[in-house]
Design a protein around this ligand. Structure first.
Ligand code: C5P
Length: 222
């Protein structure tokens, strides 16, 4: 069967990366977590104590940052300038700043260019906010995953508990809403459903059910 490109977009914590990883494994495709790339640049900005609003300084950080991924027994690892930052990029200070960094034109230009070169051969599942609209506009399959904000906050809350992190549910909900707002209202490639994307509401669905729905879309489209 021909190796296609699958774009999965949607708001924060809609389950994109979980289903994208499962799909990539089942199809024997590459998985690219584009959010991890924006997170890595955000971490580099914090580490270098750069003012996140100073776009020319952030540009310098992007130019000095080399991001790569490696597979391990524990899943995909993210490296920034050859340092493993897989866990650090999930820290709350990164999560709360990433949308401001991701809204900057140069940051997007450079990361989109890298993402497109990853996806050039097909056989890829990419998840993010602008994959179907900007990164892979010709992807054979485009999925737009959504879920209610309460369910997304609940998932994040349970995920944090499983990692031993105690968070306030209302704060999580507010942070998700703020990030969605920033991602959807930015000028450059805002989070929006591509006109040819299939929308799946994952509220109340299990991961297996979501994967099954996406596979049905893949079968219908190919
Ligand atoms: O997917 P994740 O929640 O890790 O993404 C973190 C942030 O990176 C998003 O809130 C968004 O600001 C940015 N992002 C983006 N475009 C993508 C992927 C992520 O702007 N394709």
């Amino acid at each position: 069967m021909k190796k296609i490109s699958i774009a999965i977009d949607g708001p924060a914590s809609a389950g994109k990366s979980t289903v994208a990883k499962i799909l990539a494994k089942q199809l024997n495709y590459i998985y690219l977590d584009t959010g991890a790339m924006y997170r890595a640049i955000t971490l580099a900005t914090l580490k270098n104590k750069i003012d996140p609003a100073d776009e020319s300084q952030v540009k310098t950080v992007v130019q000095a940052s080399k991001i790569h991924f490696e597979q391990s027994d524990h899943g995909q690892l993210v490296f920034l300038n050859n340092q493993d930052v897989t866990e650090e990029i999930r820290l709350p200070e990164v999560t709360n700043l990433v949308s401001q960094i991701a809204a900057q034109e140069f940051v997007r230009q450079e990361l989109v260019r890298q993402q497109q070169s990853f996806g050039a051969e097909g056989g890829i599942v990419m998840d993010g906010r602008d994959i179907g609209t900007a990164v892979l506009p010709n992807a054979e399959v485009k999925i737009f995953l959504v879920a209610s904000v309460v369910e997304r906050a609940e998932r994040r809350y349970q995920e944090n508990i499983s990692k031993g992190i105690m968070t306030d549910f209302e704060t999580l909900k507010k942070e998700i809403e703020e990030r969605d707002y920033k991602d959807s209202t930015r000028v450059v490639s805002p989070l929006v459903q591509a006109s040819d994307a299939v929308k799946i509401d994952t509220t109340g669905l299990t991961i297996e059910e979501v994967v099954r729905e996406i596979k049905t879309v893949i079968d219908v489209k190919n």
